[in-house]
Every structure is written in structure tokens, then in C-alpha cells.
Design a protein around this ligand. Structure first.
Ligand code: OSB
Ligand code: MG
Length: 377
């Protein structure tokens, strides 16, 4: 039995699309470029007396995957939001199914689909982790350190280990790899350590990549091209260190092919890269079936994307520390009221109300919005 307000179909009455700019406290450099601010499309879906929030993880330049802020905003404004506003959905999977025939644009699709998960959970009065099927009550996290001078990196490693982070991930690039690992391993012989190349190497770098086997890394993240699983298969067969795939996994099919071929031994899950929580869960379940560990990546998200990530991390196969570090290491002020801060390497699950469990700081959001538009039926 359901009362009118609890009817199974939830009407999306309107949507709001914003573009915000939030300065980073420190530039974040990886092999593809340097981020000095987080430019983020923010989606708000309204219906059933509630609001659901999400952000697109796209960045200004297509230096991680092909999507950009511009393409992501256009896709949401012209295609995805008009397709859902004024329509009823019984569950978020219906949104994923509606978007499935349209190719690519996973970051844009994710923002809309994830905002619906939040809205759907709020209308039901349940925390997102519960609807996602989470079972973990503690979310272990590590930290991703951008490229820097080696002495600065050593100080950062000491600082964040002291704060309790469970794994240090070092961004590397050609010429800033083995020297960095020598220095870090000399001072920190026993910490959980990984590197993230963001696709900067090729098989021509095989001798250097083989040398990485000497540093007892938990894994090497995305050493080769974002669209080249084949070369990752070859590389993994020649390395002892596990390869962890990030950019290579944009769809469930990518994950299946990676696991079937042995292109990597771990997968980093980012719902924002996979088109949303529905596919992220499918990737999670496939990795569970293959007994392949997963962990939750990050894209320097604001508190909205961070909250989504933390809820997702409660699923059982997230057995390695994720990248959702304290919001304060990136931002002086966040767009959500609650500060998402780690303690002893654990990130508390935000549960201030249903859904993603955080409150939008609307005044601050207004002050950093460069555009805001409403989409009505
Ligand atoms: O490859 O994981 C990545 C940030 C932007 C783009 C890609 C990546 C990253 C990070 C930062 O490593 C993770 C975070 O702290 O959000
Ligand atoms: Mg990565």
C-alpha cells in the first residue's frame, strides 16, 4: 500500500544547472596538467518536496578523459535534463537505462543520475548508502599527492601519514618517477604506497616500469593510454606489481574486458566517470565475482561529489583505501555546510539527513556560481 506521497514513481518537477568555480588551496599537478581551481557543473533535481544534488567530474581540458566542462554542460542542458524533467521514474536504474543508448558522456550522465539517487533517497527518508546496498560502517582512505618538488613531497608524506592516512598515492610523470620513489622509500620504507601515471607511459618505458617492481608498491595506477587495454595486458604480464585501472574503465564492458584479459589486478571505481552509481555498482559486483579488489577514486570533488563517493565506499568490495581525503586539504570553504574530514584515516559517512547526508551552503554556492539556469518541463 502506498499513500500518494509515497507512490513508487517520483516526478522530477524541475532541474537546476550551475557552473561553479572553487579555488584550490594548492595547485594540483598530474602528468596531464595542473588544476588551480575546481570548476564544477552542479545539478539539482527537485521533486516530491526534496532536492537531489550531484556534480559532474569533468574538468576544463580533456586531459583525463575526452569529456570537458563545456561538453558536459551542453549534454546536460540540451539532452539529458530535458529528457528527465517532467518525467516520472520508479528508481535510478530507469534513468541509467534511458541514457544508455546515447554514447559516451558518462560524466554528464553521472551528474544527472547521481542527483536522482540523492533525491530518491531523500524522498524515502533513507541514507544513500543503504539504498546502494552498503555494508561497511567504516570508510578507509588514503591521499593522492600531486606532483611537486621531492623535498615538499617528503614533507607532505610525513604530514599525511601522521594524520593517519592509510595509503599514499604519488602522481608520477616521465622523469619524475624512480627518483621520487627512491626518496620516499628511503624515508618511509613500510608505508602503503602507490603511484598514478595518468596514462603518461608507453611500452617503450618498459625498463623503467619494471624497475618499479623494486619499491613494493600496492599498485601502479593507469600507466598506459586511457584507451589501450591491450598494452596493459602485455605490461601486466611483465610486472610483479599489480596494475590498477582508472581511465581505462569508462563502462561496465571495459571492466569485463579488463578482467577477462588480465589488463589489471585492481580497479578504481569512480561513479562520476562511469555514468553514475548504477554502473559503478555493476562494476563493483563484477569485480566481486572476479575477486578483484576495488577502491573509490576521486576527482578533486566538492563536498557534493565527496559525499556521494563516501556512501559508495560502503559496498563490500571496496577493500582498499580510497582517495576521498579531507575536503580541507583542497578547499578553504566547501559548498556544503558539513566539513568532510578524516580522522585516523577513516572518513565518517555523512548522515545529516537522508540521501548523501550533507546540506548545501546556498549563499556560498551563489557567490561562486558563474551561471545558473532552471530547466522546467
Ligand atoms: O587519476 O585519480 C586520478 C584528480 C583529478 C583527476 C584524476 C585523478 C585525480 C586524483 C585526485 O588523483 C584524487 C582526489 O583527491 O580527489
Ligand atoms: Mg587515477
Amino acid at each position: 500500500m502506498s499513500s500518494p506521497s509515497l507512490r513508487s514513481d517520483l516526478l522530477i518537477e524541475s532541474a537546476e544547472l550551475r557552473l561553479i568555480e572553487l579555488p584550490l588551496l594548492n595547485p594540483f599537478t598530474y602528468s596531464g596538467g595542473t588544476q588551480v581551481k575546481r570548476v564544477a557543473p552542479i545539478v539539482v533535481l527537485r521533486g516530491g518536496g526534496c532536492e537531489g544534488y550531484a556534480e559532474s567530474v569533468a574538468d576544463v581540458l580533456p586531459d583525463y578523459l575526452p569529456e570537458t566542462i563545456v561538453s558536459s554542460m551542453m549534454m546536460m542542458r540540451d539532452v539529458l535534463l530535458p529528457a528527465v524533467v517532467g518525467k516520472r521514474f520508479a528508481n535510478p536504474q530507469q534513468i541509467e537505462r534511458l541514457f544508455r543508448p546515447w554514447r559516451g558522456h558518462q560524466m554528464a550522465k553521472a551528474a544527472v543520475e547521481m542527483a536522482f539517487w540523492d533525491l530518491w533517497a531523500k524522498v524515502r527518508g533513507l541514507p544513500l548508502w543503504q539504498l546502494l546496498g552498503g555494508t561497511r560502517s567504516e570508510v578507509e582512505v588514503g591521499i593522492s599527492l600531486g606532483i611537486n618538488e621531492i623535498p615538499q613531497t617528503l614533507q607532505q608524506v610525513a604530514h599525511y601519514i601522521q594524520q593517519g592516512y592509510r595509503r599514499i598515492k604519488l602522481k608520477v610523470k616521465a622523469g619524475h618517477d624512480l627518483n621520487l620513489l627512491d626518496a620516499v622509500r628511503a624515508e618511509f620504507p613500510n608505508i602503503h604506497l602507490s603511484v598514478d601515471a595518468n596514462s603518461c607511459y608507453t611500452l617503450a618505458d618498459l625498463p623503467m616500469l619494471r624497475s618499479m617492481d623494486d619499491y613494493r608498491l600496492d599498485y601502479i595506477e593507469q600507466p598506459l593510454a586511457w584507451n589501450d587495454l591491450h598494452d596493459h595486458v602485455r605490461l601486466q604480464s611483465m610486472l610483479r606489481t599489480p596494475i590498477c585501472l582508472d581511465e581505462s574503465i569508462a563502462t561496465l564492458a571495459d571492466c569485463r574486458k579488463a578482467l577477462q584479459s588480465g589488463a589489471g589486478r585492481l580497479i578504481t571505481i569512480k561513479a562520476g566517470r562511469l555514468g553514475g552509481h548504477t554502473v559503478a555498482k555493476q562494476v563493483h559486483d563484477l569485480c566481486l565475482a572476479y575477486d578483484v579488489p576495488v577502491w573509490c577514486g576521486g576527482m578533486t570533488e566538492t563536498g557534493i561529489g565527496r559525499a556521494h563517493n563516501i556512501h559508495l565506499c560502503t559496498l563490500e568490495q571496496f577493500s582498499r583505501p580510497g582517495d576521498t581525503s579531507s575536503s580541507s586539504r583542497y578547499f578553504e570553504r566547501d559548498i556544503v555546510v558539513e566539513r568532510l574530514e578524516t580522522s585516523d584515516g577513516l572518513m565518517p559517512i555523512p548522515t545529516n539527513g537522508a540521501g548523501i547526508g550533507v546540506t548545501m551552503d546556498w549563499d556560498f554556492l551563489d557567490s561562486i556560481s558563474s551561471s545558473a539556469e532552471t530547466i522546467r518541463p
